[in-house]
Design a protein around this ligand. Structure first.
Ligand code: 48F
Length: 254
């Protein structure tokens, strides 16, 4: 066949514009493509929730790619092993109850699961604000291209409407802090010291709706609660993502 450059360009622009127009209104927006956001997105998608994952960086995966101190391996404990199995992530029992897996495979398999479940991905897109109106709930996200933000260009953003927002932005709990900064009655305490046992035990309990329409998951959930960090053990991230998906699905009646 003879290739036409303009057809290639047209295919990309038309297809992504069609998807963006469709997702100007959606059921759930997951902010952050780390392990908790990916697990949440995949499990929401599987339940038929119309959801998109918004990630400011070029690549999806957040802090999972790098494993522990750039050794590309993660540890997952017994309680979350079923999620490794569910997402088809190969693992080996290193010591009783400690399972070790490739961080690269884990990101790839979680991402593939989300894709298979129909989740749309908007990478290179930064959430810079939230929409809150008189009903006092987070009802949308204000987004812009990450390169615009990085270059400090004065370009107005666009708004996406969503019934539920999931803050999966990790240690910085970015969306929760935006809501807090605008005077809503929530407090982001900030994460505490390393304490893997405590952090992993409590993270599912910290995964909750902290403001109408806003659920926190992953390290963002621990950061809001003033809870400990845990380092490169990822069971809590997967379990928290699963919990967030269940909460959101319940709210949406799915
Ligand atoms: O940090 P991250 O991986 O969050 P997580 O799912 O997992 C934490 C672990 O990686 C690790 C840990 C547990 O073992 O302690 O750190 O809680 O992923 C957060 C993602 O959110 C993106 C960011 O680029 C990263 O990929 N992000 C942050 N702010 C924004 C954002 C924003 N304003 N808009 C869009 N994406």
């Amino acid at each position: 066949m003879e290739l036409n450059e303009v057809t290639i360009s047209r295919a990309i622009v038309e297809e992504q514009t069609r998807i963006l127009l469709d997702y100007l209104e959606m059921d759930a927006a997951i902010v952050g493509g780390g392990p908790s956001g990916l697990a949440c997105a995949a499990l929401l998608g599987e339940r038929g929730v119309k959801c998109a994952l918004i990630e400011k960086k070029l690549s999806i995966g957040g802090g999972m790619w790098g494993g522990g101190m750039m050794f590309p391996r993660i540890v997952v404990q017994e309680e979350a092993r079923r999620l490794l199995d569910r997402f088809g992530i190969t693992h080996r029992e290193y010591a009783p109850g400690y399972f070790v897996a490739s961080s690269v495979e884990a990101v790839a398999k979680l991402t593939a699961a989300a894709c298979d479940a129909g989740v749309e991905f908007f990478n290179l897109t930064t959430v810079e604000d939230v929409m809150i109106k008189s009903d006092a709930r987070v009802s949308g996200l204000v987004v812009n291209w990450t390169p615009v933000e990085m270059a400090g260009l004065h370009v107005d953003p666009l708004t996406l409407a969503c019934a539920c927002t999931i803050d999966a932005t990790g240690h910085d709990a970015v969306v929760a802090r935006m809501v807090e900064a605008k005077g809503a009655e929530i407090a982001v305490k900030g994460e505490s010291f390393m304490w893997a046992e405590r952090a992993e035990t409590n993270i599912v309990g910290h995964t909750r709706e902290i403001y109408p329409g806003l659920v926190v998951t992953g390290m963002a959930a621990n950061a809001v609660a003033g809870e400990s960090r845990m380092g490169p053990i990822f069971g809590g991230m997967l379990l928290s993502g699963e919990r967030a998906a269940a909460l959101v699905a319940e709210k949406l009646g799915k």
